[in-house]
Every structure is written in structure tokens, then in C-alpha cells.
Design a protein around this ligand. Structure first.
Ligand code: SAH
Ligand code: SF4
Length: 341
């Protein structure tokens, strides 16, 4: 029997797999509970399975998909996990405590192909998609330190909608009552704006949405984010308006403030116009500087002015300071140091 990564299976896939190795279908549910509710680390711990089944699992099924290389904790409690994949690439996950919430920021790809010019992961280039097990195992490994994760956000390395199949199957495992049993209201996908996949996500599993906007006109957005040349703002905004949000939820629009680039009052007014009539809230993120990226963070005064203009138009706008900057917690910054370019 060829060895499989057990966390690659959704529950129906696990049922087919256990049958294919001669076990009864209901064993899949049991395995799911062992792995995701009890969080076993070895098959020996599953004493309610027959000895023979355990031996089969021992030889044929791997529980862990990631190797933990390092963890770092920032002064503000943010904790970063650096993982190695079986082929040597590195990814990172970030645990952000914000009581009563414990949010885990997940990676969906090693590197990213979309090349936004303010982003360290973008500068790394694309290495490969993560598989389902590599996505789900980030959660399992962090849960060993922090069993009470409340929220999951795909805001780590990579563009989640560019790895649609694996991300949506991983979400099925996160939602499965026999699996991790998260509510879809607690899961957020952040995207640079892949419109066809965004529409598909709405049909398949409408979780919360965060759109990385960063500019409210096509000329500027196209400069910062090449993806805007394929899916310009009118298409992106139409998909956002039609997205089936959970009741009482809004779409988060992320807007990194880059000094002298997108942070003028005129930019704020364009943003108000663009979001008019959308169930939106805005996260203003002062740029988190990095030696390889030629942008700067605006002054406090400019940041507050920008926020004030949005709020003046009844737009819900919060300033989100990057957390854990002393441990390179912004997207891609720690893994970038470990992976060869
Ligand atoms: N690819 C997806 C998800 C990962 S990026 C996306 O782009 O939405 C997660 C967030 O980190 C994005 O909003 C991205 O714009 C932001 N980000 C990237 N580099 C940053 C930096 N240097 N400072 C602040 N935020 C950054
Ligand atoms: Fe990729 Fe998101 Fe970084 Fe853009 S911001 S390069 S989409 S990870």
C-alpha cells in the first residue's frame, strides 16, 4: 500500500479510502474525530481501532504533513510558526491573540504568482500550491499550543483563490462537524481579486471575504497589483455585490496605506465612491516596511486624516497596526529569510 497523507481527505474521501483498504465505512468518522477532535499524533493513541487496522495505518498513512522548524513570539503576543514542506519549501502561519479571539493566519501557497509590488511573498515568486493536508496541518500543529482557536483567516502566504481546489476542500474539513467543526462565519478568505473563483466560492462555501483593494482606481491598482489588469475594479466590485454574505456580515476591504502613493484625501474620496452601497468595512493597514520593498509608511497624521474622511461618509474604517512586526510577522517576511529566492 502506498503511503498517504491522511489530512488530504475530506470525510467522504476518507470513507472511500477506508473501504478501499478493507475497513468499514464508519471507521472514517472515527479517524476524523481522532485526528481533528482528539488531535492524536500517532496511531498508537487510537486504541479503539483494531490492532490490524492500526498496523495498516502505521505503514500506510501519515498524520503530520508539516515539519515545525521554528516559532517566534513577538512582544505583543503574536506568534509566528515556520514550517518546512516535504520538498524543502517553507511556509508560515501566524497566531494572533486578541481576546476573546484567537485568530490563525494561514498560508495557501509557498510563494505567490501574483506579484503585488508591495508584498514580500510576491517578491519571492511562486513555488507551489499547498495540498489539503499542508493547509489543514497548520491548524492542527498550532492547536497543540493554543487549543482554543476561534477564527481562521487565509492571509498568510499565497493567493488562496489561485489554489481553489485544495483551499475549498480544506474548508470542508474545517467546517465538518466530525472534523474541526468551525462555523463558516469564523473563516475568512482574503483575495487580491480572482473574480471567477470568487463567484465560485460564493456558490460552493460562502465564508467571509476580505478583498485586498489598496487602490480605488484601475490605473493605480494596476500598478500596485498586476491582477487588476486581468480583473479590473468594475468586475471585482460586481462580484462583491453579488457575493452571498452570511447575514449581518460585511465584506472587509483591506487598504494598505503607502506614503505618497495611495493615501491622499482624494484617494479616500474615490474609495468612498467605489464602496457606495456595498456592505463594506475598511481595514486601513499602515504599510509594514521591509528592506527589499521601496515604499514607506505614512505619518500618523495622514493615516488619521484618511480614516476621518472615510468615517465622515459613514464608512466603517479601522486602522489595523501590523502586529508582531518585531518578528517579521507581515505576510511572507519570515519565510522569505529562509527560502532561497
Ligand atoms: N493573497 C491574498 C492573501 C495573502 S496577503 C491577498 O492578497 O489578499 C494578506 C494581506 O497582507 C494582504 O492584504 C496584503 O496586501 C497584505 N500585505 C502584504 N504585504 C504587506 C506589507 N508589507 N504591509 C502590510 N500588509 C501587507
Ligand atoms: Fe500574492 Fe497577496 Fe502578496 Fe499579492 S498581496 S503578492 S496576492 S500574497
Amino acid at each position: 500500500m502506498q503511503s498517504v497523507f491522511i489530512k488530504n481527505f475530506t470525510l467522504p474521501e476518507m470513507e472511500s479510502w477506508v473501504e478501499s483498504i478493507g475497513e468499514r465505512r464508519f471507521r472514517a468518522r472515527q479517524l476524523f474525530r481522532h485526528i481533528y477532535a482528539r488531535r492524536v499524533r500517532s496511531w498508537e493513541e487510537c486504541s479503539d481501532l483494531s490492532k490490524m487496522f492500526r498496523v495498516q495505518l502505521e505503514f500506510g498513512a501519515r498524520i503530520n504533513a508539516l515539519k515545525l522548524l521554528e516559532t517566534r513570539e513577538a512582544a505583543d503576543g503574536t506568534r509566528k510558526y515556520l514550517f518546512e514542506l516535504h520538498d524543502g519549501h517553507c511556509i508560515e502561519s501566524v497566531l494572533i491573540p486578541d481576546p476573546p479571539r484567537q485568530t490563525l493566519c494561514l498560508s495557501s501557497q509557498a510563494g505567490c504568482a501574483l506579484g503585488c509590488n508591495f508584498c514580500v511573498t510576491g517578491a519571492l515568486g511562486f513555488k507551489r500550491n499547498l495540498n489539503v493536508a499542508e493547509i489543514v496541518d497548520q491548524i492542527c500543529q498550532v492547536q497543540r499550543d493554543q487549543p482554543r482557536l476561534t477564527n481562521l483567516v487565509f492571509m498568510g502566504m499565497g493567493e488562496p483563490l489561485a489554489n481553489y481546489e485544495a483551499v475549498s476542500r480544506a474548508i470542508q474539513i474545517m467546517l465538518d462537524p466530525n472534523g474541526m467543526a468551525f462555523s463558516h462565519r469564523r473563516i475568512t478568505i482574503s483575495t487580491a481579486g480572482l473574480v471567477p473563483q470568487l463567484r465560485r466560492l460564493g456558490e460552493d462555501s460562502p465564508v467571509n471575504l476580505a478583498i485586498s483593494l489598496h487602490a480605488a482606481d484601475d490605473a493605480l491598482r494596476g500598478q500596485l497589483m498586476p491582477i487588476n489588469r486581468t480583473y479590473p475594479l468594475t468586475e471585482l466590485m460586481a462580484a462583491c455585490r453579488e457575493y452571498p454574505l452570511p447575514p449581518r456580515k460585511r465584506i472587509t476591504f483591506e487598504y494598505i496605506l503607502l506614503d505618497g502613493v495611495n493615501d491622499d484625501p482624494a484617494h479616500a474620496r474615490k474609495l468612498i465612491k467605489l464602496l457606495y452601497g456595498v456592505r463594506a468595512k475598511v481595514n486601513l493597514i499602515p504599510f509594514n516596511p521591509h528592506p527589499d520593498i521601496p515604499y514607506r509608511k505614512p505619518s500618523e497624521e495622514r493615516i488619521l486624516k484618511f480614516q476621518e474622511i472615510l468615517q465622515g461618509a459613514q464608512l466603517n474604517a479601522l486602522i489595523r497596526q501590523s502586529r508582531g512586526s518585531d518578528i517579521s510577522a507581515a505576510c511572507g517576511q519570515l519565510a522569505a529569510r529562509y527560502c532561497q529566492p
